[in-house]
Design a protein around this ligand. Sequence first.
Ligand code: NAD
Length: 315
Amino acid sequence: SLKPGRTILSSTISKTYVEEIKNKVEALKGIRPDGPLLVGFLANDDPAAEMYANWTAKTCESMGFRYELRTVPEKDFLEEAIIEANRDDAVDGIMVYFPVFGNAQDQYLQQVVSREKDVEGLNHVYYQNMYHNVRYLDDKQQQKSILPCTPLAVVKILEYLKVYNNLLPEGNRLYGKKCVVVNRSEIVGRPLAALLANDGAIVYSVDVNNVQKFTRGEGLKFKKHHVEDLGAYSNELLQQCSADADVIITGVPSETYRFPTEFIKEGAVCINFSSSKNFDDEVKTKASLYVPSTGKVTISMLLRNMLRLIDNRQK
Ligand code: NAD
């Protein structure tokens, strides 16, 4: 076919982290002869969560980690189970498959996971650091803060695709880039828009209600991003924002949603992190680089976060 661009799979991108991760696991043999232990808590019967758990288990084992899935059939016992894992010195990392209750109680449970074992980077301290563009946990700048896995995975994908320009100083490597992010959930879309804007991009953050602009201002004069409301959601506004966007990122959890191909600038980079397909196949006639899913890179980031947590604990 005469497609001008390329499709890049997340499995290809995640391979670039295998060596780094395996070497670090090897270096931990002294304190963790059988490999670091990740515990996953499953308290729902979501088939997507179970699939993700299976993948995580496989990836863990292939890289020298141990993975233990703990199913908690009675949701009300989950909190106790997490606390027990927090206390257990044999456990290095903890993750919970959400939604559990599907309401604010999930946010509470998320904070029950000890900060020192929070591989997904969902602890309030990590979030606040991310939003404020604070990269270390300590004043001596020895312990790096943890970033939420999926937004971090998208950042690493953009680095792989060379959208991040490494001729620019670290922290400004997206200067001049315009990005659209369709999703503003607290788990992925909003932190992602903040991360990209903190790195210098102009980000249009789109959800069902409205469109917001995240930037560090003219000449990147602010240390962290600021947010501006651009108005209620409409197709026209989405088209306007997309017209000169270098990057379009989608995360709409719907089987029927499709980002309109005609809105995509010729040669844009398109990335979908939703578990549903958000771009039509025609995206390949427009996109320079198209990444249809991100899950494999997310798992690599999870394992990388876990190694960083162990490192932070040792310090
Ligand atoms: P969510 O339901 O919390 O958020 C969905 C967001 O999309 C909201 O901001 C909503 O306003 C917006 N949205 C929905 N329909 C829209 C539309 N038509 N136009 C514009 N915006 C629209 O979901 P979530 O937790 O952010 O998850 C989203 C998707 O990402 C799911 O498919 C989930 O499985 C997937 N996900 C993937 C990973 C990964 O590692 N790849 C990780 C977490 C979540």
